[in-house]
Design a protein around this ligand. Structure first.
Ligand SMILES: C[S@@+](CC[C@H](N)C(=O)[O-])C[C@H]1O[C@@H](n2cnc3c(N)ncnc32)[C@H](O)[C@@H]1O
Length: 262
């Protein structure tokens, strides 16, 4: 593997660093051997990307996305699953039932870098493509249900870009679910400068929402199935997590599930 530090976009480095450090713990809540391998190989100090709140948030979202995804896959065992904006994430092995078809999609230059550490597997392949342009979707096999995962991606989009992405998904796939990480207007306003991790990067937060229902006017074919704050998971593990859940009652990130083409 000849991955170098410059290969890894800073925003993709955050979940990687956190998943690697959680994996190295005595009693890890999530195990991501690939993340650990990548961070160990880079051999650089990534502790600034791993402060307490971001750590707990990434652990919470990983567990919550996995749970929801498993529920949906149990219902649609032959679904086409697309991890859109996959970065270095390896969700396939967490949820594979031996029957799903999985595609890891990211911008072409990011997929090129991903190929340095991953190879295509049976029913799990990589593809360059953008969330803002559906050209790549034409190459995908047809499936009864498509499940799109966008974890840590829409947070960086403007409202116009979110609309483009939602319209593209509903135009490209007849029937599907979108599992998306959403953030609050508070994070949009103050997060770029004050978020414990993102402030160390060049990234800035995009359009924030108070509720997933705010997505519907942008793409009326969507329906909100569920929405849950990361607080629900974070408060299970520590007093600090509990306190944060109280303080950040209305502004922690959420996992929203949307459905279309019922
Ligand atoms: C914070 S990382 C999250 C990576 C991964 N989902 C995770 O949770 O570990 C954001 C990812 O979104 C990707 N991204 C940004 N704009 C995109 C676009 N227009 N289409 C597809 N991916 C995009 C970036 O390349 C990056 O890999």
């Amino acid at each position: 593997m000849n991955l170098t530090f410059g290969d890894v976009q800073e925003t993709a480095l955050i979940p990687l660093a956190i998943k690697a450090s959680e994996t190295a713990k005595k009693k890890p809540r999530i195990v991501d051997l690939k993340a650990k391998e990548i961070i160990d190989t880079l051999g650089v100090d990534v502790s600034k990307y791993d402060p307490f709140l971001s750590h707990e948030g990434v652990v919470a979202r990983t567990l919550m996305f996995k749970r929801k995804l498993k529920e949906l896959i149990a219902k649609y065992p032959y679904a086409l699953c697309i991890n859109l904006g996959c970065g270095f994430d390896d969700k396939f092995i967490q949820v594979d039932n031996g029957r799903i078809t999985w595609v890891d999609v990211d911008l072409p230059d990011q997929i090129e870098v991903r190929r340095k550490v991953y190879t295509d597997r049976e029913r799990c392949t990589m593809m360059g493509g953008s969330a803002l342009d559906g050209e790549w979707t034409k190459q995908l096999p047809k499936a009864e249900k498509t499940i799109v995962i966008m974890e840590g991606v829409l947070e960086y989009f403007s409202k116009e870009q979110v609309k483009t992405c939602l319209n593209m998904l509903c135009d490209s796939f007849e029937s599907g679910f979108l599992l998306a990480e959403l953030h609050s207007p508070m994070l949009e306003k103050y997060g770029t400068k004050h978020h414990d991790c993102v402030k160390h990067t060049n990234a800035s937060f995009g359009w924030g929402t108070k509720t997933a229902e705010e997505y519907i006017p942008l793409e009326p074919r969507l329906k909100v199935v569920s929405e849950q704050s990361y607080n629900d998971e974070m408060k299970k593990y520590s007093v600090r997590g509990k306190l944060f859940a109280l303080v950040a009652k209305n502004f922690n990130n959420r996992l929203a599930v949307f459905e279309w083409g019922l």
